[in-house]
Ligand binder design. Structure first.
Ligand code: GUN
Length: 302
């Protein structure tokens, strides 16, 4: 059996068009567009690339977009003052501080300074709490878990009462997606297990999964024999395992590998996300969805 491919590259295009059309409607009716600021500290090449993609996508959707680049020498106090400025700026609905931050800056302090109602990354403790409560309390689900849930819903995977196993317990992916999958509602209502580095028998848990979500950051960790035949496998791993020359551009690009042994797993799973092209493309579009949502909350139309 060859699994159905769950393609984030395709699904994000559908969501892009939905957001674009809603932005145009809101602009016409209310005379405003969503505003997103991305704050980049320093020159980390991966961070520059992420921020550039975020700003380009926001621009194409008709958002107001601000890219605020700061030198690596910025003090914590200056960064907090900058966040305060955007917290008070009425034209800005979403504030994203690209991580990681330099060591002399307390990341927690910075993230906690963002107005929870503009925290489109969903990292502020208030939004983590809202997510935990679930239902109508949720404002901004974190972008990668939200993207995973969209992939699951839009590819028609039945999660109701299903065994979901999450591999990894990070604050950005593992913990929030596990929490989201156990809430009542569409694309959730599952029986959830989280496994991690201290779990005694990873394989036995994975083998039970109707939906296996892997966010461990270990290339090829999940072996084909750990997969239940017909299961849905969501691979969140984006591991750089080398470099190659792109046939398209002639430039050096990273060779990416997921946390799942894809070639073998696709012969057993019912559906599976590839790496690249699965979860990755969903994160940015969910950030845009959260920014639009933030404006809609403000307008009272969410
Ligand atoms: N760095 C890597 N991923 C992310 C993300 O999703 N949000 C932010 N703010 N920084 C990141």
């Amino acid at each position: 059996m060859t699994a159905k491919l769950i393609l984030g590259t395709e699904i994000q295009k559908l969501i892009f068009e939905e957001i674009k059309s809603e932005v145009a409607q809101i602009k016409e009716k209310h005379g405003v567009v969503p505003g997103l600021v991305t704050i980049l500290v320093g020159q980390n090449p991966a961070s520059i690339s992420y921020v550039t993609s975020k700003i380009e996508t926001a621009h194409k959707l008709g958002f107001k977009e601000v890219q605020d680049s700061q030198p690596v020498t910025i003090t914590e106090k200056e960064l907090l003052a900058l966040i305060d400025k955007y917290n008070k700026d009425d034209s800005i609905n979403g504030i994203l501080v690209q991580l990681p931050l330099p060591k002399h800056v307390d990341e927690k302090k910075v993230l906690n300074a963002i107005d929870p109602d503009k925290d489109v990354d969903g990292f502020h403790p208030v939004n983590v709490g809202r997510l935990m409560i679930g239902g109508s309390e949720v404002k901004f689900p974190p972008c990668t878990p939200a993207g995973i849930q969209e992939l699951i819903v839009r590819s028609g995977v039945d999660t109701n009462g299903a065994e979901v196993v999450v591999v990894g317990r990070s604050n950005i992916v593992g913990k929030p997606i596990a929490n989201m999958m156990l809430q009542k509602g569409k694309g959730a209502n599952s029986t959830v297990t989280i496994v991690h580095t201290a779990t005694k028998d990873l394989a036995s848990h994975c083998k039970r999964a109707d939906v296996l979500i892997v966010a461990a950051g270990v290339p090829g960790l999940v072996k084909p024999e750990w997969i239940k035949p017909g299961a849905c496998v969501i691979d969140v791993g984006v591991n750089r395992v080398g470099e190659k020359i792109s046939e398209k551009t002639g430039k050096k690009i990273a060779i990416l590998r997921g946390d799942v042994d894809f070639d073998a797993a696709k012969e057993i799973a019912g559906s599976i996300t590839p790496v690249p092209g699965g979860v990755g493309p969903m994160t940015i579009i969910m950030l845009m969805k959260n920014t639009l949502k933030s404006l809609k909350f403000k307008l009272g139309i969410a």
